[in-house]
Design a protein around this ligand. Structure first.
Ligand code: 5GP
Length: 168
């Protein structure tokens, strides 16, 4: 399978640094917890975390199966770490319909974090079914299935340092 580059490694690195700078300013004197959604966000989280100039903790949650049918958007969070008194910044790979992230946010809000915001590296706004507030965004991309930089197709391509689309 051939991958066509959509966003190069250089562009990704530059954008991650910019996001890190902004987050470092906004979360100065806060109790920042980067909460990654597995698995797709783990590479972005690791890169972003190393650009931060402030104290930071990280943890992860895993979303497993949908409860009922997929279109209901109801997801099951396998493990949600303690978030009380933390300024939680959810780290997501990509926002598509918005159903997953909105369900995750609802679950986290029940745990009463001090604050809750969202950082997503990619956004495909054309497929949105529910409104999502993305506080920090890497790139808006067209409605194409992308792989690389943590994102997979059948568990392949996560290790690519760029993001691309699958061609023939
Ligand atoms: P949503 O609930 O917003 O429709 O779905 C978000 C999730 O679907 C993402 O966290 C990601 O796991 C997956 N997803 C959406 N679009 C893509 C894509 O283009 N490539 C890959 N690899 N996963 C995607």
């Amino acid at each position: 399978m051939k991958i066509q580059v959509l966003i190069s490694e250089d562009k990704i690195k530059k954008r991650v640094k910019e996001l890190g700078k902004q987050i470092s300013q906004d979360y100065k004197d806060k109790n920042l917890l980067l909460l990654g959604v597995l698995k797709g966000s783990f590479i972005f989280l690791a890169d972003l975390m190393r650009t931060l100039e402030i104290p930071v903790q990280c943890d992860f949650l895993k979303v497993s199966s949908y409860i009922g049918d997929k279109s209901s958007g109801k997801i099951k969070i396998d493990f949600l770490p303690p978030v009380k008194k933390k300024d939680v910044l959810i780290i997501e790979d990509i926002i598509d319909t918005g159903l997953t992230i909105n369900s995750i946010k609802k679950e986290i809000e029940k745990q009463k974090p001090r604050s809750l915001k969202l950082c997503a590296f990619f956004d495909k706004p054309t497929r949105r079914e529910q409104e999502v507030k993305i506080d920090y965004l890497g790139f808006e991309i067209p409605n194409k299935f992308v792989v690389g930089y943590g994102l997979d197709y059948e568990e392949k391509f996560r290790s690519l340092s760029y993001v691309g689309t699958i061609g023939k």
